[in-house]
Write a protein that binds this ligand. Structure first.
Ligand code: GLC
Length: 427
């Protein structure tokens, strides 16, 4: 009698690597097939951390392919349309930015410099590392773009001119600002997102019309970033991007110092100090958290979101402010089965299944946990990591997860979720 060996069950590591390989379109990955068929900015940064665990070359390449679409003015676009796909709206013909390869006309959270530093340190932190040096130059140019076009208050915080720039597309933080957007000229268009995932998870039609109206303003300006910054219909200081840029400036500073680029190092030190002081503008004493604020009206969103906790990642906040943030974390930890929800339960429009109004995104959880660990809160960092692990074990590699049931939401086989498993929570 011969015994035939049973093929071993694939491990979660195997599955995660397989997702990255399958979502690889040749030098860049799509967030997931179908719903998001192009290259997205901050997705690629996190995906690079996943590739770094098993294919170093491919990790660098992921970022290089994104940066190859950087604009002359320094902006790194939020989507690069490397190849045609009719299944997405708004596609390149709607953005009409006139770029080769075609791109959107807005950006996304500036996490690239932080990831470049991580990749470089993993390889021994050699100051002459050619791939690091090339990406350092691109990141510096992109950070300068933020300072030139996106710091209207001169306090080192980041203004966004479209809610899609924040990466937290449908957060309730944008609701009041979006209410004021005139949609009378939007015309008809066909959404594609609701053909891929349950409409109950996606933004409503009313919200989508506003997103399109803001896009149309940018297009009508010929994607003139000065005009958009000065006159755009949507102008918010985003707490998430402000925290991430502060962190990224510190990481870029470490690269500048290693390279010996003294002039840039001085400039970056100044930027870091400015943002550290400026961050208080976002503190909302009533709710006890850093919240986004409208540049036009000065109104604070008054909402505790997962981005509020990036204060630890950015290394800001007085001891009293940090304590209030930990109190909020404690509340969220009690009301949710899993940390870290994108919106505190009980807030207006909280919905554990709808985009950025409750569900968990592991990339934000990862940055928050890193920050907590660095700032002496190892127990909280570990709780977030352990919950993230449980989510993947329970539901697989979804785009996002319900903090109440742990069920997956949005797209499946998601690249950055797989990457977070490999680089962080599955370790
Ligand atoms: C959604 C998310 C955004 C992400 C994109 C691709 O638009 O809100 O953060 O970059 O999907 O995953």
């Amino acid at each position: 009698m011969t015994l035939t060996a049973q093929p071993a069950e694939p491990t979660l590591d195997d599955l995660a690597r397989d997702i990255l390989r399958r979502n690889d379109r040749g030098g860049y990955t799509v967030p997931t097939g179908g719903l998001y068929p192009f290259q997205w900015n901050w997705d690629s940064a996190f995906v690079a951390l996943g590739f770094a665990e098993f294919d170093r070359n491919r990790a660098w390449q992921e970022i290089e392919s994104l940066v190859s679409a950087q604009w002359e003015d320094g902006m790194i676009p939020h989507i690069v349309f490397h190849q045609h796909d009719a299944g997405y709206f708004p596609g390149p013909e709607v953005w009409n930015t006139g770029r080769t390869p075609p791109t959107s006309g807005i950006t996304q959270p500036p996490v690239l410099a932080s990831v470049v530093r991580q990749l470089w340190e993993q390889e021994g932190a050699d100051p002459s590392h050619p791939r690091m040096r090339a990406l350092y130059a691109a990141c510096l140019k992109s950070h300068r773009w933020f300072h030139t076009y996106r710091d209207p208050l001169g306090n080192g915080l980041v203004m966004v001119t479209h809610n899609w720039e924040t990466g937290r597309d449908n957060s309730s933080e944008w609701d009041h600002a979006l209410d004021r957007i005139d949609t009378s000229g939007v015309g008809s268009y066909q959404r594609r997102d609701t053909g891929h995932v349950d409409a109950a998870m996606r933004p409503t039609q009313r919200e989508y019309d506003r997103y399109v109206a803001i896009l149309q303003f940018g297009r009508s300006s010929g994607w003139d970033h000065r005009v958009i910054a000065d006159q755009g219909p949507f102008r918010m200081i985003d707490v998430g991007m402000s925290m991430m840029l502060l962190r990224a400036n510190r990481d870029l500073l470490a690269l500048a110092e290693a390279i010996g680029d003294e002039a840039a190092a001085d400039e970056l030190r100044g930027r870091v100090a400015l943002s550290e002081q400026g961050m208080d503008w976002l503190w909302n004493e009533e709710v006890g958290a850093f919240c986004s604020r409208d540049v036009i009206t000065g109104e604070s969103s008054g909402l505790v979101t997962n981005a509020s906790f990036l204060a630890f990642y950015a290394g800001v906040g007085t001891p009293a402010q940090r304590q209030r943030l930990l109190d909020a974390l404690e509340r969220m930890g009690r009301s949710a089965q899993y940390l870290l929800p994108s919106l505190e339960a009980g807030s207006r429009d909280y919905d554990h299944r709808r985009y950025w109004r409750g569900p968990i995104w592991l990339v934000v959880s990862y940055m928050v946990a890193r920050g907590l660990a660095e700032q002496g809160q190892a127990d909280w960092a570990e709780r977030i990591r352990a919950d993230s692990t449980r989510l993947i074990i329970r539901s697989g590699f979804y785009e996002s997860f319900s903090p109440e049931t742990g069920e997956g939401s949005g797209g499946g086989d998601f690249s950055w979720t797989a990457a977070m498993w490999l680089a962080w929570c599955g370790q």
